[in-house]
Design a protein around this ligand. Structure first.
Ligand code: CP
Ligand code: NVA
Length: 314
């Protein structure tokens, strides 16, 4: 049985099949497709807000023939101190998969270790792998000249600006290494990637293939994609004033975007705060593909759920 908790959980040989499945689910949406999880119930346990992740998983599970069950963490006993392990054991008796959005990454790992159904990481403070898989799929839709979507990513350069120590920064570090992409991160020195992500790279046998700089113009030079995320991640609201102050030089302005490759794409996991991490002019640029990116959450996550369901012995 397989889980999807970090970017490296699908191995290199599994990626072309996953991408092909996402592509075919996208093309076949609305037409009859064999229900991959007919009669199954997949629970979503969320401790944080969500628009895209929650809705795309709920709709996707329904479209695969299954039943999504949304559980606000505070409405179940987990929120009142029932152990993560007991929660995993009990829910495994009822449902066929767990999709979890929470603060502490270890909580997702513990649910997977104690339960007996696949677990998907729907965002933790440390990683957001569903977003990265969707993002690279969205890039490959534009870059792949033949059926080799995964191959079209190799050697491409991502520039990530802003809070490079957040879940999206970490996930780009792991994701870029896994997909063979180059990565430059630019942000305030106090928000540089931490030792935890370097340790994970090493554990996964991946090279430290990213560069960190405090100069946004240096990071975007020759970039194929300019990417940013909010400056105040969920759970960091108390630091808002300071974060907005120190990250101001890392706004993706029209000038910064123009310093990337002439055909560079702008991407953002969303939600976006126009006037903070990105200028409205960049959001209005035809090379801003944030809504294709958001839509693809549905197609990629359907493929992920279908693939994980296949790994469960009936
Ligand atoms: N990008 C993303 O995960 O969005 P939500 O927080 O709305 O799910
Ligand atoms: N870094 C952001 C991502 C939101 C999808 C957060 O954790 O709030």
């Amino acid at each position: 049985m397989k889980h999807f908790i970090k970017e490296t959980d699908f191995k290199a040989h599994e990626l072309p099949g996953l991408f092909a499945l996402a592509q075919s689910l996208k093309k076949g949406r609305g037409r009859h497709t064999p229900p991959a999880i007919a009669g199954q119930t997949w629970a979503l346990i969320f401790a944080k807000s969500s628009t895209r992740t929650r809705v795309s998983f709920e709709v996707g599970i329904h479209e695969l023939g299954g039943n999504p069950l949304f559980l606000n963490k505070n409405d179940i006993q987990l929120g009142r101190g029932e152990s993560v392990e007991d929660t995993a054991r009990v829910l495994s008796r009822f449902v066929h998969g767990l999709i979890v959005r929470t603060f502490d990454h270890a909580e997702v790992e513990r649910l997977a270790a104690a339960g007996s159904v696949p677990v998907i990481n729907a965002l933790t403070d440390f990683l957001h792998p569903c977003q990265i898989y969707t993002d690279v799929f969205t890039m490959a839709e534009r870059w792949a000249k033949d059926s080799d979507m995964v191959g079209s990513l190799k050697g491409r350069k991502i520039a990530f600006l802003g809070d490079t120590a957040c879940n999206m920064g970490n996930s780009w570090i792991l994701g870029a290494a896994h997909f063979g992409m180059k990565l430059s991160l630019a942000g305030p020195a106090d928000f540089a990637p931490g030792p935890e992500i370097d340790a994970l790279l090493a554990k996964e046998g991946l090279p430290k293939n990213y560069q960190f700089t405090t100069d946004p113009m240096e990071a975007v030079r020759d970039a194929d994609v300019v990417y940013t995320d909010v400056w105040v991640s969920m759970g960091k609201e108390e630091e808002t004033k300071e974060r907005l102050r120190v990250m101001a030089p890392y706004c993706v302005t029209a000038k910064v975007f123009a310093a990337a490759k002439p055909d560079a794409l702008f991407m953002h996991c969303l939600p976006a705060h126009a006037g903070e991490e990105v200028e409205q002019a960049v959001l209005d640029n035809p090379r801003c593909i944030i809504f294709d990116e958001a839509e693809n959450r549905l197609h990629m996550q359907k493929a992920i759920v279908a693939m994980l369901a296949q790994t469960v012995r009936s």
